[in-house]
Design a protein around this ligand. Structure first.
Ligand code: FCB
Length: 486
């Protein structure tokens, strides 16, 4: 049955993407693998966090998740059936180096060798992320990301993975969304390890930056010249609620804490002066050692952008408690050290099942900004997608037309950015399949493949079929063939 309704809002011709464009889907280890205690894997901070009463919706855990560890062949077959040519996944650190130190566990690496071989066998390019939030618990017990040593251990771990997969993986990203690791993990505490200490959060941000630099330099020395190295950042698209100078200043502060705290040292070689000034009452940044700036500032071949929704802020409104509709989960503790009084506003209009406002122009704005600021740096959209309340209907179909419209409109924004000169090389839809959505457990579905977690049955949603046509055609269909928003 066709998923393509008759009418479409605006007339647009077929929009081709550049030759060689990567059409992928994305996942992460803890969210899909399961097999949490198999083959020598030890707990990560997320295994521990899931067992903290009240931390995760309904007490859900990643123990089984989408059981991908046992279904990798079936899952790669699914991708191959969609005609996508790339797949972004992450490696579980505690599966391949259980204590976070010392030699690799070959059984753990074997799983990723098998996955990569299977992908390559189906003509799907693997794009590997080394760290998607699952720090081995032993390293957290030794201080976690607020401790400098964790950055050094991360580089050792990167080298182990490079040794095992360097001959067959072409795209390597170090960290996924270090903002979340630092500020949700150690600031607001809504993510593992659930600490709520603003100084620890800023220390974590610095050591994540340092870990990125050390790991990139280790990878550079071990991988073939053809390997493309980068990082995946959830840069915040920050908009002032009004044109007032005070609201613009609030936006500048959140841009510094949400984005430039990473792009500054990674891409420009220094922390922004305004960030250091804004956070001076929290810390003197004495944990930054001589030489760190140079270590973090590694040449990169690609920058991964994860984008879902924009952030609207204003100066304090005088309310006793500043509103914090920043989309990052409720907590009594702010994930914005030194900017706790900034007010976050819920933008009007349509929202996803996460409550996130739908606004593709934010993706266009960030891609074109990055391309202006770093014209030599190729870009990848390493995550974009939406949560919907999907159900399988009696006919066995999942009619997720809202997700199709979301992806179509965001791809249209990518296409406009490319037309306007941004060097975007690929798009990875979050996510291949429904999975463990962190603090929301299994209560939010982002997949283009539906997973029944009781039976592990996979069912293609309409969005999967639609995305397959786009990937195969290497372009967006003319609007007369596009789905409506309904
Ligand atoms: C991003 C995460 C990813 C997923 C999506 C919805 O912040 O990187 O794991 O949870 O959000």
């Amino acid at each position: 049955m066709s998923v393509i309704p008759e009418s479409a809002p605006v007339a647009a011709a077929f929009r081709p993407f550049p030759a060689g464009f990567l059409w992928g889907t994305a996942t992460s280890a803890y969210q899909i693998e399961g097999a949490a205690a198999e083959d020598g894997r030890t707990p990560s901070v997320w295994d521990t966090f899931c067992r903290t009463p009240g931390a995760v919706h309904a007490g859900d855990t990643g123990d089984v998740a989408a059981d991908h560890y046992h279904r990798l062949r079936e899952d790669v077959e699914l991708m191959a059936g969609l005609g996508v040519n790339a797949y972004r996944f992450s490696v579980s650190w505690s599966r391949v180096q259980p204590t976070g130190r010392g030699p690799a566990l070959e059984r753990g690496l074997d799983f990723y060798r098998a996955l990569v071989d299977e992908l390559l066998g189906h003509g799907i390019e693997p794009a590997l992320t080394l760290y998607h939030w699952d720090l081995p618990q032993e390293l957290e017990d030794a201080g976690g990301w607020p401790a400098r040593e964790t950055a050094e251990r991360f580089a050792d771990y990167a080298a182990l993975v490079a040794g095992a997969l360097g001959d067959r993986v072409g795209v390597w990203t170090t960290l996924n969304e270090p903002w979340c690791s630092a500020f949700l993990g150690y600031g607001s505490g809504v993510h593992a390890p659930g600490r709520t200490d603003p100084v620890a959060a800023l220390r974590a941000a610095h050591h994540l930056n340092l870990g990125h630099g050390l790991a990139t330099s280790a990878l550079r020395s071990l991988l073939p010249d053809t390997a493309r190295l980068g990082v995946c950042l959830n840069l915040h698209v920050v908009r002032p609620a009004s044109d007032s100078a005070a609201d613009h200043d609030a936006a500048r502060r959140i841009d510094a804490l949400g984005s430039r705290i990473f792009t500054g040292p990674m891409l420009d070689g220094a922390y922004p002066e305004d960030l250091l000034a804004d956070t001076a009452a929290v810390t003197d940044w004495g944990f930054v050692a001589d030489g760190d700036a140079a270590t973090i500032h590694q040449p990169l071949d690609v920058l991964g952008l994860n984008y879902y929704t924009p952030t609207v802020v204003s100066a304090p409104t005088g309310a006793a408690e500043p509103a914090r509709a920043d989309g990052h989960g409720a907590s009594d503790h702010s994930p914005w050290p030194g900017a706790e009084d900034v007010t976050f506003h819920q933008p009007p209009g349509e929202r996803t099942a996460m409550g996130w406002a739908i606004d593709p122009s934010g993706l266009y704005d960030m891609l074109t900004r990055l391309s202006r600021e770093h014209p030599e740096l190729p870009l990848l959209v390493t995550e974009n997608g939406m949560a919907c309340d999907d159900t399988v209907d009696p006919a066995g179909a999942v009619r997720d037309s809202q997700r199709v419209a979301y992806v179509r409109d965001h791809l249209d924004a990518v296409h406009r950015a490319v037309t306007d000169g941004a060097d975007v090389r690929g798009y990875f839809l979050w996510s291949l399949m429904d999975n463990f959505e962190w603090a929301y457990g299994y209560d939010r579905r982002f997949g283009i493949v539906h997973v029944d977690f009781a039976t592990q049955r996979r069912v293609l949603k309409d969005s999967a079929r639609w995305y397959a046509t786009v990937a195969r055609a290497n372009g967006l269909p003319a609007s007369s063939q596009e789905p409506s928003d309904g």
